[in-house]
Design a protein around this ligand. Structure first.
Ligand SMILES: *[C@@H]1O[C@H](CO)[C@@H](O)[C@H](O)[C@H]1NC(C)=O
Ligand SMILES: *[C@@H]1O[C@H](CO)[C@@H](O)[C@H](O)[C@H]1NC(C)=O
Ligand SMILES: *[C@@H]1O[C@H](CO)[C@@H](O)[C@H](O)[C@H]1NC(C)=O
Length: 469
């Protein structure tokens, strides 16, 4: 579901200069850093005297503790430990923190962490045989926990609850979503929800939910769904159950949206020993039919030759001057910071070892263009996208020169899996640590990343120029 917020977040990173919000083992949200809550609690300016809508703290939602340790300024703990927190989103304009948890959604004041509002989302009587819009009496329903799968702060939507299947309907199956622009008309466009989710094994309606889709923010229907154009991507029905794609991160930059995934290297049955790779996929925001969907492999290599093949998390950050000068990009240019781990054998399970790789998004864009050129200039014959439904041209690249001079690939899109990978070199290696999450931010000259580990610790990492030289 989309948490209703007042305005789009101006700074969607969970880390700001002086404030760092952390979800600790799903049991607490902690606020660290140097900003202290004002004595006496709530930071929200009190409404005029006698106003009926003065803020009320929702005491039943949980408890707030202050000055827990020297580093933890404030900490919110849900009332019941079963309400495990799975997602955190910020509304920077309203200074609110939203939390998605098992059976609850919370809205907290950003400075005091006092709960402003809570929504009970479960347990509800449900069954995998029920459609999101409801279910007949003939289906046997049981109390079912609601696992929050995605939480974004977006312009206010009309309805409180929109009955649509958007996310994966299993607790462990991945879902990643973000708000980005859609430019389906030359004269304008709007903001849309981009959602990537793993195909699940559960229920009769699982085939309704595509791998990736663009949805409008009003009723979460597909942004485009006509006879000729559909803003979605499906894995081929024959492969869907076995070629499971894990959606790790996604973002918008210039004319494109990107998703980072972990998937099998080969979609062919019996090729399990070829293992898993991380990939980055790209789609033109002007493409209402996903014709321009392309994928390349995203590599992160250690100096010792280790292939950190499983991306665990990533964030987009604007380069501070330190990172900009060491990478040879402009200050403020978009940089993708990824944390990776090597796999255990041919599985998708990570080893307890990590690396941080950084990529200039301009370089990523150029690598996509290079791969696409190879399909159009005859150096590549096949587009290798058999695992995506609806192959056109028999999955072949056009004959060299057949399409004339191509001004923009977004206009002539052909789904392509590119053979040339985007290669990154590890800027940092943590040989005995599994990093599971990353936040990155730039404050003036300094670009820093905060790395969350599988054992619940945080490491701060500054991009000193010598590390990346
Ligand atoms: C937290 O500690 C600081 C510094 O010791 C103090 O000024 C502040 O009043 C404390 N806040 C609360 C809510 O106890
Ligand atoms: C916490 O929630 C669980 C599951 O809903 C319930 O069984 C339990 O009684 C609750 N505990 C408390 C202290 O309310
Ligand atoms: C095709 O394009 C690729 C990528 O730009 C380039 O490396 C290659 O040399 C080109 N091949 C031909 C035959 O022009």
């Amino acid at each position: 579901m989309a948490a209703a917020g007042a305005a789009p977040a101006a700074h969607p990173l969970a880390v700001r200069v002086a404030r760092l919000y952390l979800v600790l083992s799903g049991l607490h949200v902690a606020l660290g850093g140097s900003v202290l809550p004002e004595a006496g609690g709530g930071h929200r300016p009190p409404k005029e005297e006698g106003a009926l809508d003065a803020p009320q703290w929702e005491k039943s939602a949980g408890t707030v503790a202050y000055n827990v340790t020297r580093a933890v300024v404030a900490q919110f703990t849900p009332a019941n430990a079963t309400h495990r927190i799975t997602h955190l989103a910020l509304d920077a304009d309203a200074d609110d923190v939203y939390l998605g948890a098992v059976n609850r959604l919370y809205q907290l004041d950003g400075q005091s962490l006092l709960p402003v509002h809570q929504v009970v989302t479960g347990p509800r009587l449900d069954s995998p045989s029920c459609h999101a819009s409801g279910c007949g009496d003939h289906v046997a329903k049981v109390p079912t926990d609601n696992y929050n799968k995605l939480l974004v702060v977006a312009p206010s939507v009309g309805a409180d609850y929109i009955p649509r299947s958007v996310a994966a309907n299993e607790p462990e199956a991945s879902t990643f979503a973000f708000v980005g622009p859609e430019r389906y008309n030359p004269w304008g466009g709007s903001e849309a929800l981009y959602v990537g989710q793993t195909f699940t094994n559960l229920g009769d309606y699982r085939h309704d939910v595509p791998a990736i889709s663009t949805r409008n923010l009003y009723d979460l229907d597909y942004a485009e769904f006509s006879f000729s154009k559909q803003s979605l991507l499906r894995i081929d029905v024959k492969l869907r159950d076995h070629f499971l794609v894990q959606y790790v991160y996604g973002f918008h930059e210039s004319s494109y949206v990107y998703f980072l995934t972990v998937q099998k290297k080969s979609h062919l049955p019996g090729q399990e020993e070829s293992g898993y790779v991380s990939r980055i996929s790209r789609l033109c925001i002007s493409d209402a039919n996903y014709d321009s969907y392309t994928e390349i492999t995203l590599e992160c290599q250690g100096a010792d030759g280790t292939n950190y093949n499983l991306v665990q998390d990533a964030k987009l950050v604007s380069a501070g001057s330190d990172l900009a000068s060491s990478m040879g990009v402009g200050v403020g240019d978009p940089i993708l910071v990824g944390v990776f781990a090597p796999s255990q054998g041919h599985t998708a399970s990570p080893q307890a070892s990590s690396a941080v790789c950084v990529y200039s998004v301009r370089d990523v864009e150029a690598k996509f263009n290079e791969n696409i050129h190879m399909c159009f200039n005859g150096s590549m014959q096949y587009r290798s996208m058999e695992y995506i439904s609806g192959p056109i041209l028999d999955g072949k690249c056009p004959a060299a020169g057949a399409m004339g001079n191509i001004l923009s690939f977004c206009e002539v899109g052909l789904k392509i899996s590119g053979p040339a990978p985007m290669v990154g070199r590890a800027a940092l290696r943590l040989p005995r640590t599994l990093v599971t999450g990353v936040q990155a931010t730039a404050a003036a000259a300094h670009t820093v990343a905060f790395l969350g580990t599988s054992t619940g610790t945080i490491k701060k990492f500054g991009f000193a120029p010598s590390l990346l030289a």
